[in-house]
Design a protein around this ligand. Structure first.
Ligand code: WT7
Length: 666
């Protein structure tokens, strides 16, 4: 059983049917099909006639060179599942070309705001189309062919979007690596993909400083012969070393006279891979998730339209980094596929001032704003002053993603950003699902703060207990997706154990149904933790710690944190004759930064003399989680614990940790 935690105990059942009054915000149009209880009908039909539902969505939303022979082939028990088999399309064509003929030629596709106030770049659909075509031709010149992989290690600048769509245009598979990752993380990902080209920048701007990025790429290039070209965007004005014959500047490449402005999109099969993205799983290795062209794109557009109700004049801002899945689906493929104007921001929420986000909302008249609970909590900390400084009346819908939103943050978001009227769409999904799976739709049902409400049309779920039976009301179980959906990840090796079981896809998340049939997401039930809305496998952090010469053993757990959701808590035993010093703690954190990235660096490290293990040698994380959370009144069943005398030491050691970032423990 999973602890219900605060979200549930402070849950308030409220009726907040949005859109009924219009004091501060302009009223928003209802999607006509959703009025008058039509939602239930739509859901029922989408399940009963699911194939027709999906083929309808795919036809309505996308341009296909050739339609499918079958809508869905296979199920969770068959060796392969294929969506829209036999069909052909191109993602870049769908996000660009077709809009030119649909009256959107001079509509803004991408509005980019740099960290520095005066830096703004706007690309109309026509301009973005030319940039993408030009860069696609450069990739071709570099020898990139259909099916080859292009790694993209860039900060939040327009070139990132251009590089993705250019890869998609020529049928290359892009693999975007978050620019906050270390060179070691980049190396694993570039190697695993066998990329031909790496696109990076000289530096990335963070809080006014240009932090070098190219040196990280250089370390990777040294070890990866398969990367024959590295294209570097000049962003931070840093000196970089360029290797003749391999490294070139983006601007020089784009200015070259032999680069055409047009590039025919390559016809891709529906099942061809559009991109790969790595995420954390429960093993020590990052997990490669691949998405298909037809299924994924259908799902990204479908959910963008349904959940965010995107209209022609909307200005959509998703604050995620494109290095994560949220940015792929809700900055690039979903909204651009629908011909929406998207805003992309280079910087962070609190720099230079905590009103930065509201300043952006006002400046570009954002109508739909999609962010993460960790951001809301960070902004909430500064009170209402920064929000009230700005006219944010252009907003009509608010979204949340990445972790359960705690009711306090929900209420603050609703009251101060939403003027007590705007619906908050708490959207649950994962890298694996391609797009939103569980979320309220605007104007369909009353909301409950902290609940993701219901599965979207076309999505069937089950919540099951350890014996695989459906849970009772208010009982936490695992969330399963019962039927294939177009956005599902493409499985690579069924042989090495499938992630799809006969009962469906196991999400690894705990969930419950309340008495009104609302879904509440309760966090991960596996060894994955969620820090600031980012998924981190505890095994990955442990592996990183174990590569340090002083460390003998390490166990990492999540600890509740009022700002980050969860914080990283590491228990470490040192090798013989190594002293437990403050300096070593600093080194260990730095070591994890180098191995993974600063996001994975432990907030707390406790030195211990031993880890609690079962007699068969398995670390009992349940106990370690409790100690980290200061819940040591009862450890539950400890009959299998090999050395119970350890417990007192562990608890005692925890008590001596004062300053999270510096102190030793035992
Ligand atoms: C995990 C997925 C979020 C999509 C992009 C990449 C947690 C996400 C919610 C939510 C509760 C949430 C889950 C999930 N999560 N959204 N609205 N309520 N939990 O996400 O890195 O693949 O992480 O994030 O635990 O499994 P990801």
């Amino acid at each position: 059983m999973v602890n219900l935690g605060d979200a549930r105990s402070s849950k308030r059942v409220e009726s907040l049917l949005p859109g009924t009054s219009t004091v501060r915000h302009r009223p928003f149009p209802l999607a006509p099909s959703l009025q008058q209880g039509a939602y239930e009908n739509m859901y029922r039909k989408s399940i009963e006639e699911s194939q027709q539902y999906w083929s309808g969505r795919a036809s309505e939303l996308l341009h296909w060179y050739k339609k499918w022979d079958s809508i869905l082939e296979g199920d969770f028990t068959s060796p392969e599942i294929k969506w829209f088999a036999g069909a052909e399309l191109n993602a870049s064509y769908n996000c660009l070309d077709r809009h030119l003929e649909m009256g959107r030629r001079n509509k803004a596709a991408l509005i980019w705001q740099g960290e520095r106030e005066q830096e703004v770049r706007v690309f109309t659909y026509q301009m973005l189309h030319s940039e993408v075509c030009r860069f696609a031709n450069i990739l071709k010149k570099k020898g990139v062919k259909k099916g080859d992989c292009v790694s993209i290690y860039l900060p939040m600048i327009p070139e990132l979007v251009v590089a993705m769509l250019a890869s998609a245009r020529i049928g290359a598979v892009h693999s975007v690596v978050f620019s906050g990752f270390s060179s070691a993380s980049l190396l694993t990902r570039v190697k695993d993909c066998g990329s031909k080209v790496l696109i990076t920048s000289d530096a990335v701007f963070r809080a006014g400083r240009a932090i070098p990025l190219k040196p990280n790429a250089d370390e990777v290039l040294e070890e990866c012969d398969h990367v024959t070209s590295c294209i570097v965007v000049r962003r931070g004005g840093r000196d970089v070393s360029m290797t003749e014959g391999r490294d070139t500047w983006w601007s020089d490449e784009m200015a070259a006279e032999d680069v055409d402005l047009l590039c025919e999109p390559v016809k891709m099969s529906s099942d061809d891979t559009l991109f790969a993205l790595y995420t954390s799983g429960s093993t020590g290795k990052p997990k490669k998730v691949m998405h298909t062209t037809g299924g994924y794109l259908t799902y990204a557009l479908h959910t963008s339209k349904l959940v965010f109700d995107l209209q022609e004049d909307d200005i959509f801002w998703c604050t995620a980094d494109i290095g994560w899945m949220t940015g792929h689906s809700y900055i690039v493929y979903g909204p651009l596929g629908l011909g929406t104007t998207v805003v992309m921001y280079e910087g962070m929420p609190l720099y230079p001032e905590p009103d930065r986000f509201w300043w952006i909302v006002e400046k570009f008249r954002i109508s739909i704003f999609y962010t993460a609970p960790t951001v809301i909590r960070a902004l909430m900390y500064f009170g209402n002053g920064p929000v009230e400084k700005h006219d944010i009346s252009s907003l009509r819908l608010l979204g949340s993603v990445g972790e359960p939103i705690n009711p306090e943050a929900w209420h603050w978001y609703h009251e101060y950003v939403g003027g007590k009227q705007l619906p908050i769409l708490d959207t649950w999904w994962q890298t694996e699902t391609g797009g939103i799976m569980v979320s309220p739709l605007p104007d369909t049902v009353p909301l409950k703060p902290g609940s993701a409400v219901q599965p979207l049309p076309g999505i069937e779920i089950d919540i099951v207990n350890a014996s695989g039976e459906k849970t009772e009301v208010n009982e936490v179980g695992r969330l399963l997706i019962k039927k294939p959906w177009p956005g599902m990840l493409k499985e690579q090796n069924r042989d090495s154990g499938s992630i799809y079981g006969k009962d469906g896809y196991d999400t690894g998340d705990g969930a419950l149904y309340d008495e009104d049939g609302y879904v509440w997401m309760m966090g991960r039930v596996d060894d994955v933790i969620n820090v600031e809305g980012q998924r981190i496998g505890t095994a990955e952090v442990e592996s990183a710690l174990l590569t340090h010469r002083s460390v003998a053993e390490a166990a990492v757990v999540g600890k509740p944190d009022s700002l980050k959701g969860q914080a990283i808590y590491a228990y470490v035993t040192l090798n013989r004759n190594v002293e437990q010093t403050e300096e070593l703690l600093r080194q260990l954190r730095e070591h994890v930064c180098e191995k993974i990235g600063s996001i994975a660096s432990p907030d707390t490290i406790q030195y211990v003399t031993g880890l609690p293990k079962t007699r068969s040698g398995k670390i009992m994380r349940r106990i370690l989680k409790k100690i980290a959370a200061d819940e040591h009144e009862s450890f539950g069943d400890i009959s299998t614990l090999a050395d119970p005398s350890l417990l007192a030491d562990l608890v005692e050691g925890k008590k001596h940790i004062h300053d999270e970032k510096t102190s030793t423990g035992a």
